[in-house]
Design a protein around this ligand. Structure first.
Ligand SMILES: Cc1ncc(COP(=O)(O)O)c(C=O)c1O
Length: 416
């Protein structure tokens, strides 16, 4: 498997080995997590039997039955520089040998400092709280809003946009654009609802009652849809005028996905990054301006925000190796993104293509059925949108032109 291979399917999808692993998984994993064998999607009745991944490289994934796929998701947008990029795996191996773990808020190591400097240099932000997942970064942003605005002496109020997705951590769950009611409703007894959700494309209400607005400049799970610079500019102006903080959740759209390191030049007060940042390793960051972040005050010894694995050296090393690779690939993201969007738009059955760079939503009828047909032809895509109205395409930036062309042909077959 070179990373640039076309699909090769010697076994059925899923094959006998995937099926056996999924049965063992089902016996031990909390049943709400991975779709099980012989389950069908609630909405469409489409089979959900997953494949089990064994190896990945570049834009290829191989399952435990030896089937090789082209991954048009980059594993939820994570493998932007390609699965198992050699520079990342080398950096990780070296770091594991030298210092696999430091001590959160107690004792840092140089990789943490270097990563925070590299992130500030790319984003124009001043301060960083590192984390392990996107949800960690969102939690850190929400806590920062509380700290920065808490003196107002009333409960936190945050505004977010319908279709936004900010993870399922307990900081985000209190209605921060949770995408689907089903993701929030079971937890209602434990939640204090501090967020209001407003429609994606209507004017915002007055922000005077709000402490912050959180948004994805390009919504990912919500359908790969751009807010647009004009609307984003209006939101920024309203927030500035009325004293609310602006949080950009660029966990999906950031780190080069739209063809620039960030999807917008407009500077927020807080910025969340994750997914692609670690090149496959779990690392995330909540960045902020000095004005907002310094409201935390200095640590007096026992930090009021930390984690055992905060600033993990292996994640830092992975991110430090990933960032220059992302920088170098930005022109390719723009070129491939434009070509892919143009090609998909000409496929009969495609209603429209949304998004930018290699963050595209291909709107089709019965996206769950099409997703399954594509998997059975060796192409991994995920549905996206509030009603799963589109196929989300977020391939590795290194995907080969021939892989993209073959995908577009397969899409045409699946829509026929
Ligand atoms: C925009 C956005 N924010 C936050 C998250 C949550 O990140 P994680 O799943 O790493 O906690 C996601 C995950 O898909 C996301 O797309």
């Amino acid at each position: 498997m070179t990373g640039a291979d076309l699909p090769s399917l010697p076994s059925p999808v899923p094959g006998a080995c995937s099926t056996a692993w999924v049965d063992r998984l089902a016996a031990r994993e909390c049943p709400a997590i991975t779709a099980r064998r012989a389950r069908r999607a609630r909405e469409s009745g489409v089979p959900q039997d997953p494949i089990v991944w064994a190896r990945a490289r570049g834009a290829n994934v191989e399952d435990v039955d030896g089937n090789v796929y082209v991954d048009l998701t980059a594993g939820f947008g994570v493998a932007a520089v390609g699965h198992a990029h050699p520079a990342v795996t080398r950096a990780v191996s070296r770091q594991v040998e030298v210092l696999p773990h430091a001590m959160g808020d107690a004792f840092a190591d140089p990789t943490r400092v270097e990563l925070m400097e590299a992130l500030c240099a790319r984003t124009g932000m001043d301060r960083v709280i590192l984390g392990l997942s996107g949800s960690d970064a969102i939690d850190a942003a929400m806590k920062t809003v509380v700290i920065a605005r808490g003196a107002r002496g009333r409960p936190l109020r945050v505004l977010c946009l319908a279709g936004g997705y900010h993870g399922l951590g307990s900081g985000a769950l209190p209605s921060l654009g949770y995408l689907r009611a089903a993701m929030q409703a079971p937890f209602a007894p434990a939640l204090s609802l501090y967020a209001d959700v407003v429609p994606f494309d209507t004017p915002l209400p007055s922000l005077s009652a709000y402490d912050a607005v959180i948004l994805e400049p390009v919504q990912g799970r919500g359908g790969m849809r751009e807010l647009g610079e004009a609307r984003l500019g209006e939101i920024h102006a309203a927030a500035r005028g009325q004293g609310a903080l602006v949080i950009h959740d660029e966990i999906y759209s950031g780190c080069g996905r739209t063809g620039a390191f960030l999807s917008t030049p407009l500077a927020p007060d807080l910025l969340c990054l994750g997914k692609a940042l670690g090149g496959g390793f779990p690392v995330s960051a909540c960045l902020g301006t000095a004005r907002v972040m310094d409201a935390w005050g200095n640590s007096g010894g026992a930090a009021i925000h930390t984690q055992t694995f905060l600033g993990h050296p292996v994640g830092n090393a992975a991110a430090l190796a990933t960032l220059p690779e992302i920088d170098a690939l930005l022109p390719e993201v723009r070129r491939k993104g434009e070509a892919l969007a143009r090609a998909c738009a000409t496929v009969p059955g495609v209603r429209r293509v949304t998004g930018r760079g290699l963050m595209l939503g291909v709107h089709v009828d019965e996206s769950l059925v099409v997703t399954r047909r594509l998997l059975e032809r060796g192409y991994i895509v995920l549905p996206c949108g509030e009603k799963a109205e589109a196929l989300g395409l977020t391939p590795p930036f290194v995907i080969a032109d021939a892989q993209l062309a073959a995908f577009v042909a397969a899409l045409g077959d699946c829509l026929r």
